[in-house]
Design a protein around this ligand. Structure first.
Ligand code: SAM
Length: 218
């Protein structure tokens, strides 16, 4: 599990004039609270499928103590695709937005569902990244002004991620769950990104933790 704390947001917010923050997969809210520290974000939204996590008292206390008066912060208790669709149609304006995409394996990170069961029991909500990217691109005219950070790149792409070096058996066992179901894209991942965001769009991989991919504004 990586976190947005890997990134110093100030230079990114300044360079790309980012105003909104949208996250899929709130978890305990660590990345959301990191984003709230940057006061240029006026509207922050995080979508969490699990009701207990979305309504957790400590999450809401942490948000309240981090946010300032001019910031609005909302937790949306929903499947990320449904939540994104609603937010992008009704709430998030066209200002440059940071998307942090970190939703996967409901029940596996904070409860005791296995990765395999999580994938088998949740249909597309088990690994929603590709549908999230399609929704963002379609709703925002290719998301040309937006910065998108994908967490846990090792689930989608091959590479020498720190997680592979430090915990090779764990990394392989999660990938095996995807391979057994023909769900690991590996070398095709960037081709899929180009289909969604255009052949000239710039991407950068980060190899710390479980890996990150940054999709830069055009
Ligand atoms: C790795 S944790 C998120 C950690 C958090 N982003 C952070 O950095 O502090 C993944 C979260 O995604 C949630 N999740 C999984 N599938 C989801 C889906 N389809 N829609 C929304 N949330 C989902 C899980 O319940 C879990 O809380």
């Amino acid at each position: 599990m990586g976190q947005l704390t890997r990134f110093d947001l100030n230079p990114l917010v300044e360079s790309f004039n980012l105003k909104n923050y949208v996250e899929t997969g709130t978890g305990l809210g660590v990345s959301l609270c990191h984003a709230i520290q940057n006061k240029s974000f006026r509207h922050l939204y995080s979508i969490e499928i699990d009701e207990k996590l979305a309504n957790s008292v400590s999450l809401h206390q942490n948000i309240n103590s981090a946010q300032s008066n001019h910031q609005s912060v909302s937790i949306v208790n929903s499947n990320s695709l449904h939540g994104l669709r609603g937010l992008l149609q009704n709430k998030v304006d066209s200002s440059p937005t940071l998307f942090f995409l970190d939703a996967h394996f409901p029940g596996a990170d904070f409860f005791d569902t296995s990765y395999g069961d999580s994938i088998d029991n949740n249909n597309t909500a088990g690994l929603p990244l590709l549908l999230e990217l399609a929704e963002i691109s379609n709703s925002r005219d290719g998301a040309k002004n937006d910065l998108i950070i994908i967490d846990d790149l090792f689930l989608f792409d091959s590479g020498e991620f720190a997680f592979d070096r430090e915990h090779p058996e764990s990394a392989e066992s999660v990938r095996a769950v995807l391979r057994q179901r023909d769900m690991f894209l590996a070398g095709s991942f960037t081709a899929v990104l180009k289909l969604f965001f255009g052949p000239r769009r710039k991407f950068r991989r980060f190899y710390e933790h479980q890996g990150y991919m940054m999709i830069f504004p055009e």
